[in-house]
Ligand binder design. Structure first.
Ligand code: FAD
Length: 447
């Protein structure tokens, strides 16, 4: 594309999204500097889902996925709260065949290290990104695109990406003030070593290679989510309960571990097998949950938001990391030699147009799945179970929408509209014309 030039890009925040966008933009020919407030010593020890819509970008970017030591998921299993019997099972046996990529379950620290190596390493396309730790963003001058840091230094770039997580400073600086409220549920996370569970004579859930859920059919906040990671050596448990039974909304991750009694207290009637796992749980940490309404915009001047900074979501669709990776992919495409014509503001406007509707749809669906597991991608297919009930069957989020989406096509369609060109491919909003969504609608050609 004529007008393309290599840019100097500042990324505020070196988490999952910050590292991902550094990979995508270095590959697109840009010079990236990442500014991280911490030195990563407190990275979270928990699992992170990376479904096919996230995994596909890791492969496209040449990330060495094996370094993340993932568990490749084979099933989603919803179990009865009291008996542990399966209520709804979504089989992922043909998942890779259908969608081209597997559903990986990573450990956050391994995933982060894997991405960091691709972002900063000598190997790979483009110039390695530069990481500056202990650089907490204080302010940004939107006119000069200059970041000032709490350590007294400053840096000027062609454009800046706020990948600084749910409590984003960049978001405040560009004038987005979230309408937010504490979630009705609380969450405690704990880790169980598979080896410890087996030694204690308990069920070896790692054998299922599944995301497993207890509860969720009853319209209650109580729910246990188990995901194996680290090649099955670690079982990561997310334990949800009503907030009035324990309020952790103001507690940061990384504070002192909570006592195991606190973890077990809300669950007198829980399946005894899983309860015994929780009883040997370690590193019990609250995960504070806030519900954010969608933001009106995610870019201003030469600054944009990415990941949780732009669309924090409840964890119940397991798509937070995937949405950050998709944001990164969008910027990598929009700023590559085929599409970027040198106008940064136009490019960021296109980024917002591509990302905000899709991410906010997942955000809304995640809030619904908090109390009704039938709204979760995958389980939303299993209509033939006695307790299946959703708010609006035509609006449920389905695996087709997530995985059949072609971001290149979406970008080309929107770019053609902006440039007054005709768009001839048989895709609408990145989905192929004729695709029948299990929720009912068929993707129709644009009028
Ligand atoms: C315990 C836990 C479990 C999770 N499990 C899942 C899961 O199973 N599936 C899933 O999809 N998602 C999960 N998530 C959410 C997922 O991790 C996030 O959605 C994803 O990491 C978003 O990436 P991000 O880069 O936007 O934010 P983060 O990864 O949170 O990174 C933000 C970074 O910005 C830095 N930062 C913040 N403020 C500043 C500042 N002012 N200046 C400089 N740097 C700053 C932070 O230190 C951090 O490194 C989980 C999150 C947590 C905490």
């Amino acid at each position: 594309m004529s007008g393309w030039r290599s840019l100097s890009v500042g990324v505020v925040g070196g988490g999952i999204g910050g590292m991902s966008v550094a990979i995508a933009l270095r590959r697109a020919g840009h010079e990236v500097t990442i500014y991280e407030r911490s030195d990563f010593a407190g990275e979270v020890g928990a699992s992170v889902s990376c479904a096919a819509n996230g995994t596909r970008w890791l492969h496209e970017w040449g990330v060495d996925v094996a370094k993340g030591d993932p568990v490749v998921l084979k099933k989603l299993i919803n179990r009865d709260w009291k008996t542990g019997e399966p209520v709804s099972v979504y089989d992922l046996d043909d998942y890779e065949e259908r969608w081209g990529y597997v559903y990986n379950m990573f450990h956050r620290q391994y995933m982060h290290a894997m991405l960091k190596e691709s972002a900063l390493g000598e190997v790979g396309e483009g110039s390695p990104a530069v990481l500056k730790v202990n650089h907490k963003c204080k302010d940004i001058d939107l006119q000069t695109t200059t970041i000032t840091f709490e350590n007294g230094t400053s840096a000027k770039h062609d454009f800046i990406i706020g990948a600084d997580g749910i409590g984003s400073a960049v978001r405040r600086i560009i004038g987005v003030h979230p309408a937010k409220r504490p979630a009705d549920s609380s969450c405690l996370h704990c880790n169980v070593m598979t080896e410890d569970a087996v030694k204690a004579g308990l069920v070896d859930y790692s054998q299922d290679a599944a995301l497993e859920y207890w509860g969720g059919q009853e319209g209650k906040w109580d729910k246990i989510v188990l995901s194996p990671c680290n090649g099955g050596k670690l079982l990561s448990y997310y334990c949800f309960f009503p907030r009035d039974q324990g309020d952790y909304t103001t507690q940061a991750w990384g504070a002192e571990d909570r006592p195991v009694e606190e973890l077990l207290k809300p669950y007198p009637n829980l399946d005894s097998q899983v309860l015994k796992h929780l009883a040997i749980g370690k590193e019990i940490q609250p995960w504070r949950l806030w519900v954010h309404d969608p933001y009106p915009y995610i870019h201003k001047e030469n600054v944009c938001l990415l990941g949780d900074a732009g669309h924090p979501m409840m964890p119940h669709q397991s798509q937070g990391a995937c949405m950050a990776i998709e944001d990164a992919a969008a910027l990598g495409i929009i700023f590559n030699t085929n599409y970027f014509d040198g106008n940064i503001k136009d490019a960021l406007a296109l980024y917002e147009e591509i990302r905000l509707p899709r991410a906010t749809r997942v955000q809304a669906a995640a809030a619904k799945a908090a109390y009704n597991i039938n709204e979760r991608i995958g389980f939303s297919h299993n209509k033939n179970i006695a307790t299946y009930k959703v708010e609006d069957s035509k609006k449920v989020l389905t695996i087709e929408e997530m995985n059949a989406y072609d971001m290149y096509k979406d970008i080309e369609e929107k770019l053609a509209a902006k440039r007054g060109q005709q768009y001839l491919d048989s895709f609408v909003g990145g989905l192929p014309v004729g695709l029948e969504l299990p929720s009912g609608p068929v993707i129709k050609a644009a009028a």
